[in-house]
Ligand binder design. Sequence first.
Ligand code: ADP
Length: 711
Amino acid sequence: IYFGTISGVVSFHPDDFTDSEAYQAAINIVKFEKYRNDDQQITDHTVELLDQQRIVLEPNDRFFRLSIRMADYFNSENTQYQYKVKGLFEDFQTISANVIELGRLPYGRYQLIVRGQGANRQYSEEELVLPLVVKRPLYLQWWFLALVSALFIFGAVQFYYWRIKRLKEREQRLKLLVAARTAQIQKDKNTIEEQAIQLKELDELKSKFFANISHELRTPLTLILAPLSNLLKTNAFSNKQHTQLLLMQQNGQKLLKRINELLDISRIDANKLEVQNQPVFLYPFLKTLLSTFESSANLKNIQLQFDYQLDEEIQLSLDEDKLEKIVMNYLSNALKFTSKNGTISLSVKKEQQKLQLSVTDTGIGIPEKDLPKIFDRFYQVDNSPQGTGIGLSLSKELAKVMQGRVWVTSIMNTGSTFHLELPFVETFAVKKAEEKEAIVAPIIEQQANTTQPHQKTILVAEDNPDLRAFLKLILEAKYNVVAVENGKVALELLENPSLSEAAMSHSFSAIISDIMMPEMDGIELLTRLKASDDLRHLPVILLTARKSLNVKIDALRIGVDDYLTKPFKSEELLARVNNLIQNVEQRIAQLPNKATNRPKAVSIADTNWLKEVEGIILENVENGDFTLNQLAETLHITARTLQTKIKHITGKTPKQYQRDLQMHVARQKIKSGTVQTIAELGYQLGFDNPYYFAKLYKQYYGVTPKEDMQT
Ligand code: ADP
């Protein structure tokens, strides 16, 4: 194509201008507006946009409106625009006008890209690219969130530490409090423990005091009662005097009963009270008990009834002594609290496999408030006339020891019923009712025979002048007696007999010594005697105050020494002295030269051998078939050697020696309180005849086994 111009020709070839050439037209920003939530209206921000070249949508901006125009002068009317928000959607959106309106965009950074279409339907390569920032609201901004989180974490940490601190403080406070309280509790505990110990000590002291006082009272009382009973036996008094003596005896016995109650209580406290069951014919036993109240009942015109609902022949295994104490207490209370013309009845029956005893009276009754406490120690109803308040509590304890129980029912001004329930154990053992009578006779005869001149002298060492006088009184019936006040004087006399006028013409045959004495006590005296060659052979009887005191006298084995528990009966003392002196005489009889009148000391070898013999006999003491031949066999010697050797050491035949040991075991068993019946004990020790056993026992110890059991 050629064009002529004033300056020449202009020519070009149309092929030089192809469609393939890129279309270039810029897009300009015409207007930029925002709608803000605050103002509720559209505001112009064009200048801001032109200046910053980016769209920033604040959290408060609801939408924006962008007007554009392409710089294409040929086709400005028909230009079509497209836009996309890179990062949000990638396809171009076509818009009909030249205005883009966008709002509610998610927070983030995008690019708004706008392009326009030229006349040749081509999109201009020059696109309008505007960074588009949609800001988060303050509370969603990272820094804000970070700050808030940091603050929160900081706060939480602070709170945590504060809380820990508080808890620690509290714990500390509590610890201090607990420590303080613990210290207080410990202190209180210590105080209570100390007080408990003190109380216990006090209680023990009290019990000991009771026991000691009772023992102390018992000795002089025995010294009153024993001569009294001797006096009463003599029949040398007028009726009036006899009655007075009887009155003295009755009251003395009453006193002894009270003292024994106190002793029982202290034994209960020390857990030393044991049951000693034996066969009891219930009917005669209770009938006799009841009859002892007849005269007092008659005086008050009170009717005594016996309502016995069992077989009259029945025999029960019971602790007679304890049962007697309970029933006596019930009956004497009933009598005390029932006025004239009343009725007291003792009823006996079997119910629910138990023995049920009750004493019902028509007396004053017991107030309801006192009923639960009536069996407490020392408890008495307010207006009680006299008494100690011990009887019922003792009854309760005794019943407990016997596996039974006591209780009371009472109506004021109508009467009371005291109950006792015990295990019902029927027994068929034959009880020797005559035992007592059978063996008392020979001793009384023995005692009566006192007119012969005395051959032997006894040395008595006793600090209590009354008891000394009493011992002298009893012993003088059969012996010469020299009585001194303690072991020291006794020993001086023994070592130098010429000091005593009474002993001038006699040497001593036996010594009776109390254990507790001033200057030199009985044990020391015994030790000194046994250490002396000249005095070792003298038999000694030690007097002990307590049953429980277990005096170990070695020479018991050889039948040389013995002990006696206070209070004792005169018969008992005489029998013991007699036995011991006989034993010594038997030994003296063995001596080749009897003139010395003194058995030689037993050698250690002999004592040991005797110990062995004793061991074997004791092992077989309950074996009735054990013969002396067997004993010799066990010892690997002949029966003859056995005979000679035992006789040589003890002065007795083996049979006699065995008997001594049997009696010794019998006594130990009786004293230990494990014996139920005398017959049983006799059988146990190989005696077929319990009468013979009891008789022998009485000969040895001056009291029947039964009496020994009761003291
Ligand atoms: P004591 O009779 O020595 O005071 P007890 O222990 O035997 O001691 O009795 C305690 C108390 O029980 C008595 O003091 C009395 O008040 C009351 N008591 C016992 N038996 C009877 C009874 N049969 N009737 C009314 N009261 C009784």
